[in-house]
Design a protein around this ligand. Sequence first.
Ligand SMILES: [Zn+2]
Length: 177
Amino acid sequence: MSTLFRRLAGAALTAAVIVMFPVAANASGPTGYGFAQPAQAVGGPSGVDNVRADAPTAPRAQGAPLAAATWYYHIESSCRGYESSIRRGANYWGGAVETQSGGTPVGCVSGYVQGCGGGTTVVGCNWNMGGRIALSFRVNDFALLAAHEFGHNWYGHSASGCMSWRSSYEVMRTHSC
Ligand SMILES: [Zn+2]
């Protein structure tokens, strides 16, 4: 039973990706979708992210951050110096409890995040909805990236485009710009 569960869990492996989208990289972005956002800031609705089709629904457009039940995470030493930004991102969702070694491990990298799929400019990843989070320092708003990745504990992406703090819907957009 334990083995079966593990196998099933393996099959359901999912990684949610946020992709840095520098202007130069947009040349490969799909066209013709009619989005109003500036082209250089928008990735396509497919082929950029790695969220599976049955990913949990996105937060409602006008929804306030959910008051989540208590959940846990810990910050690894690779993130030294950035703890306050990560805490800000975690606390955005409510219910966050930082621990020494329990809950979702949060690690940091100075380059792009590897092993997440979704392209070569991935700056954040949340494997298995809270199994592990990786954050890249290569973003303008590190706390926002953290909030986005923690959001994948419950949500998929809301829409293509640049994320912002305006709402949980905006936090869960696909790109760090
Ligand atoms: Zn994402």
